[in-house]
Design a protein around this ligand. Structure first.
Ligand code: SDX
Length: 376
């Protein structure tokens, strides 16, 4: 038939469903989780409190938080079988492929893998939240020929990540900056990976499948992969002195500048000021101002000449670098945070589900008969 319908390429501007988890308000550059401003949560809460908030809908009281921390800390160990699988991973494999594969394997081992009841899915989400840093760290250390470290249940979420990956727990300012990054990365409405997780859920598939797919989506450089791309870019620029000229050359080639632009925010990402503040603190703690000064020059020129603002990945990249993480771990750290938002959306989708199945407008060849083999 004729009469091509309006095609919303990239689903730009399409409301695909309702959600009560978070709200992005691009007019005011603001974002709330369950009604609380992210800046407020980042300054005043731990990541564990925010995980609880996203899943339960309310902030925990002291007893609820203690129970949540104890319950998840007790689930941090990964199985001997998963440790063996991780040791078999290609040493030069990307850490995002490692965590995607590890989460998929965890699904096969999970005692409630096929149980998609709300209660079982919540327990699986907590297990993933607890085990993902352990698997990221084990794969990272295996790639370096190092033995994995055992999680310590007395550690906070942030302490645990540093202990497992770096073998040491840093000073409180560093832990706070890391926790802030986790809170800011936790949730962001229907971004590509979250929508992927909801789409997988809509067929009745289980938690680990949805999260595995979410990780696959997050890896792309237009999405979560941008935080590592930002740091590669800053290193390529070299320093603030070269930044103006480097960016002019990018403009000449009409090349994308990583860590800039956003589908929803057109006048600034709500999370950037808070993350920039903590990235600056990291620069002070480490005594290395080069990356933040380079960032400042790039951001000023992008705004002046292209009217494009940075997104969260722009300050998160140098923040993680200054915290001592290797660049390929940056997007896996985003996974460790976003598991909270993904799982929250999986639960919400499942609670009021309808199979997600859009239409495609056909632009291929007219219908034709199959020719016999001799005529091809
Ligand atoms: C995340 O959706 C989310 O919420 C994601 C996220 C989350 O929390 O889940 O916020 C996390 O994924 C952040 C985004 C990380 N990606 C990058 O930093 C990669 C670089 N940025 C882009 O490629 C781009 O801005 C996107 C992918 C983020 C958004 O793409 P859109 O909405 O499809 O916009 P577009 O590519 O059509 O850009 C519109 C215009 C274009 O120019 P014109 O063709 O109109 O002349 O702006 C230009 C673009 O060329 N532009 C850029 C640019 N981003 C947009 N030009 C140079 N460098 C850029 N980064």
């Amino acid at each position: 038939s004729t009469g091509k319908p309006t095609i919303y390429k990239g689903l730009v501007g399409v409301y695909a469903d309702v959600s009560a988890i978070s709200k992005v308000m691009p007019e005011t550059n603001s974002l709330t989780y369950r009604g609380y401003a992210v800046q407020d949560l980042a300054e005043n809460c731990s990541f564990e409190e925010v995980a609880y908030l996203l899943w339960e809908g309310e902030l925990p009281n002291a007893a609820q938080l203690a129970a949540f921390k104890a319950e998840t800390a007790a689930e941090r160990e990964i199985s001997p079988a998963l440790h063996r699988v991780i040791r078999e991973f290609p040493k030069d494999g990307h850490p995002m492929d490692a965590i995607r594969t590890a989460v998929s394997f965890m699904g096969m081992e999970d005692p409630e893998t096929a149980d998609v009841s709300d209660a079982a899915q919540r327990r699986k989400a907590k297990r993933l939240f607890a085990k993902i840093p352990t698997a990221i760290a084990a794969a990272y250390r295996a790639s370096k020929g190092l033995e994995p470290l055992r999680p310590d249940p007395s550690h906070s979420f942030a302490e645990n990540v540093f202990h497992l990956i770096q073998g040491k727990v840093p000073q409180p300012e560093v832990l706070k900056a890391f926790d802030v990054s986790m809170i800011l990365y936790a949730e962001h409405t229907f971004n590509a990976s979250t929508y992927t997780a909801r789409l997988v859920t809509s067929s009745g598939a289980e938690m680990h499948g949805a999260i595995t797919a979410g990780i696959a989506s997050l890896k792309g450089p237009l999405h979560g992969g941008a935080n590592e791309a930002v740091m590669h870019m800053l290193k390529e620029v070299g320093g603030p002195e070269q930044a103006e000229e480097w960016l002019s050359t990018r403009f000449d080639h009409k090349a994308l500048v990583m860590g800039f632009g956003h589908r929803v925010y057109k006048s600034g990402d709500s999370r950037v000021p808070t993350m920039t503040k903590y990235a600056e603190k990291m620069a002070e703690v480490v005594g290395d101002r080069r990356w933040m000064e380079t960032s400042r020059v790039l951001a000023a020129k992008m705004l002046r000449e292209k009217n494009i603002h940075p997104n969260l990945d722009f300050p998160a990249g140098p923040a993680y670098y200054l915290m001592g993480f290797e660049i390929p771990l940056f997007t896996p750290l985003f996974v460790a945070a976003r598991i909270t938002g993904w799982a929250s959306h999986v639960l919400e989708q499942a609670a009021d589900n309808r199979l997600i199945r859009p239409l495609s407008w056909y632009t291929g060849l007219e219908q034709r008969p199959v020719p016999p083999m001799s005529a091809r």
